[in-house]
Design a protein around this ligand. Structure first.
Ligand SMILES: Nc1ncnc2c1ncn2[C@@H]1O[C@H](COP(=O)(O)OP(=O)(O)OP(=O)(O)O)[C@@H](O)[C@H]1O
Ligand SMILES: [Mg+2]
Length: 409
């Protein structure tokens, strides 16, 4: 770690449970940590040197509080952790004259339609897509594309996203997406079959390095249809080097097309008939214990550190951020059936099981869990390793099986 930034003060938007490990990684760099979150009991506040109580999803709430803080104790950089607010980060950076990506670039990353328009204009492969203003539009698109993904233009965590392959459901799919869109806009895409990847890259002076490629696991696609609920991911990817190189090249040209030359880019990619397509890119670190746990365990690359150093204005060398090794690491999420949680085993019993690297659960007796409709459906996460991919997956599954919560439906 370069000694030159040891005395710097970094603002992190987001102090949730999923941000905790990343905040620890930032503290390991010797930085002075300021955490902003709307929740007075955000666990990240316990780690911070200073706290700012304000919603990071509402610029009108957090910016004045951050400006006031900056007057007294000047900030040297800003980033977000486990929350999807690159547009807020960009505006804070602009207002305080800190390093960051331009506001108009950041805005492209929180508008799925604008992003696709820009990508298509640069010849980047994306699934066929269209804005829909009424359920009837979906009927026409179904004729053309047979199977659709209907989604809000500007939401996250799969909220409001559904698969549509039956005309009878068009009205519902439209309303479901519209309700979850802050701007009330809905789009549809052709559902592209094939393996899906989560990727995470760092851009150094316009050069994208992608140390992390994970096979997303949608084991229960049929069970939860029309909802799309991911239940884990496996690293390294099982896809061929040729395809993975094509994915890396796609991310690199897509980042360029979107006008981003520094910072982190998180990707959702589908490989359809042997060719990669961009479902979405995000100009921020991943959530879901990916950048904080799975990527460092599997590759030795600390993208939280990279993000923090760039947020403070440091110029990083692309060659320093390639994977150092490849270890089999699998994540699995526990998605319970709906009902009231009656009992939850001790987490300590799970952490000691063979191959388990990390385990977290955020459920207690008495909690009510709903149906599996989006990424918020899970109640626990495990990451496990093994000598082979199959061993890592089996260890993760074994740990989740051992976490026998009882649910009264
Ligand atoms: N055109 C498509 N073809 C195939 N699968 C798709 C398509 N669009 C979306 N999906 C699947 O649905 C998931 C959610 O869609 P999308 O990424 O657009 O919404 P999101 O709210 O950003 O969700 P997430 O936070 O899970 O990425 C994707 O990660 C992908 O697995
Ligand atoms: Mg997405």
């Amino acid at each position: 770690m370069a000694g030159c930034i040891l005395t710097k003060r970094l603002l992190v938007l987001g102090g949730s449970r999923q941000a905790l490990r990343g905040l620890e990684q930032i503290l390991d760099l010797g930085l002075e940590l300021v955490v902003c979150d709307y929740d007075p009991s955000a666990p990240g506040f316990d780690l911070a040197h200073h706290t700012i109580l304000a919603s990071v999803y509402h610029l009108d709430q957090c910016l004045p509080a951050i400006q006031e803080f900056h007057q007294k104790l000047p900030l040297d950089g800003v980033m977000c952790l486990a929350c999807d607010v690159p547009h807020v980060v960009a505006r804070i950076a602009q207002s305080l004259n800190l390093p960051g990506i331009p506001v108009d670039v950041a805005d492209l990353f929180v508008d799925k339609f604008a992003m696709k328009e820009r990508l298509v204009a640069s010849g980047i492969s994306v699934p066929p897509y269209a804005i829909v203003t009424a359920a009837q539009d979906l009927d026409e698109l179904l004729e053309k594309w047979q199977m659709l993904v209907v989604k809000p233009v500007d939401s996250r965590g799969s909220k409001g996203v559904s698969i549509l392959d039956d005309r009878g459901q068009a009205e519902w799919a439209f309303r479901h997406a519209k309700e979850m869109s802050p701007s009330g806009r809905v789009m549809a895409e052709k559902f592209l079959s094939g393996p899906q990847l989560s990727t995470e890259s760092i851009l150094c002076d316009g050069q994208a390095v992608t140390p992390a490629l994970s096979d997303r696991c949608y084991e229960y696609l049929e069970k939860y249809k029309p909802f799309i609920v991911e239940n884990g991911g496996d690293m390294p990817s099982r896809l061929s080097d040729e395809i993975l190189d094509a994915v890396r090249a796609l991310i690199s040209s897509a980042s360029k097309a979107l006008g981003v030359s520094r910072g982190i880019v998180k990707g959702d990619i589908v490989v359809h008939e042997g060719r990669p397509y961009v479902i979405e890119l995000a100009a921020r670190l991943s959530g879901g214990y990916f950048c904080t746990h799975q990527i460092p365990y599997s590759t030795g690359v600390k993208l939280v550190e990279a993000c923090a150093r760039q947020a403070l204005g440091e110029r990083l060398e692309a060659s320093d951020w390639h994977g150092k090794y490849e270890r089999f690491v699998s994540t699995r999420w526990l998605i319970p059936s709906p009902g009231v949680i009656e009992s939850v085993p001790a987490a300590s019993e799970i952490c000691g099981l063979k191959g388990v690297l990390a385990f977290d659960s955020w459920v207690s007796a008495g909690d009510v869990v709903g149906g599996a409709e989006n990424a918020a459906a899970s109640v626990a996460m495990v990451q496990a390793t093994g000598n082979t991919r199959a061993e890592a997956i089996a260890a993760a599954q074994n740990a989740l099986d051992a976490f026998t919560i009882s649910v009264k439906s």
